[in-house]
Design a binder for this molecule. Structure first.
Ligand SMILES: C[S@@+](CC[C@H](N)C(=O)[O-])C[C@H]1O[C@@H](n2cnc3c(N)ncnc32)[C@H](O)[C@@H]1O
Length: 200
């Protein structure tokens, strides 16, 4: 199992950098604190076993990344995609050996690695409630574009009730659950790509 990202220094530095980025770009970061370990573990537990890539969108300080690796996702199967320059630099230091794309979730289909292998799961911490609506639409369309049979899309948000915000075309909701031990409490939802729903 990948051991990176576990040192106290790594975790403290991640918190500090995250707070700085929030002050600089509040809408893009969309959260005052990194995800709690409980939330991160809950998200990781929803990734199905099997073959194919696990794509993490908006890994930020790496709390969910660390949980995914601890959950047993092989580093070679994990792809991180983050937009913030500062957080990308920090992720590269904290998770050497994990593929990291400095890019935009609204352009997923333009990244070769995401077209060349089946994507088993898309794990998103993107702040869909604070990003501009056209950008959210573009991101959800791109998730549908790289999905294949049974791709699972996991999204968390600070919505108390389940919403259709995280619904990408062709996906059907499978699971929705509130995690109280996070600041603020977060809703984790998972969706599965279904060829029939995509064709409808
Ligand atoms: C809520 S924060 C991530 C929280 C993360 N789970 C953690 O614990 O640190 C959202 C992240 O999404 C990133 N982000 C926002 N829009 C993005 C986009 N279009 N493409 C890629 N990353 C994006 C932000 O830079 C930020 O790091």
């Amino acid at each position: 199992m990948h051991k990176a990202g576990r040192s106290r220094y790594g975790v403290a530095a991640a918190y500090w950098q995250f707070a700085r980025e929030f002050l600089r770009h509040p809408r893009q970061i969309g959260a005052v604190c990194p995800s709690s370990p409980v939330l991160a573990r809950r998200i990781a537990s929803l990734v199905p076993p099997g073959r194919g890539l696990v794509l993490e969108l908006g890994p930020g300080g790496g709390a969910v990344t660390a949980a995914l690796l601890r959950h047993g996702i092989a580093a070679k199967d994990l792809v991180l995609l983050e937009r913030s320059d500062a957080l990308v630099r920090q992720l590269a230091r904290r998770f050497p050996g994990v593929r990291l794309i400095h890019g935009d979730a609204a352009r997923l289909a333009s990244y070769d690695v995401l077209r060349s292998r089946h994507v088993r799961a898309v794990v998103s911490s993107l702040p869909l409630r604070s990003l501009p609506a056209p950008q959210v639409r573009a991101i959800l369309d791109q998730i549908s574009a790289i999905a294949g049979p049974d791709t699972v899309f996991i999204q968390f948000s600070y919505a108390l009730h389940a919403s259709y915000l995280g619904m990408a075309r062709g996906f059907e909701r499978e699971f929705s659950h509130l995690v109280w031990r996070n600041l603020p409490p977060a809703r984790v939802e998972s969706f599965r790509y279904c060829m029939q729903a995509a064709a409808a």
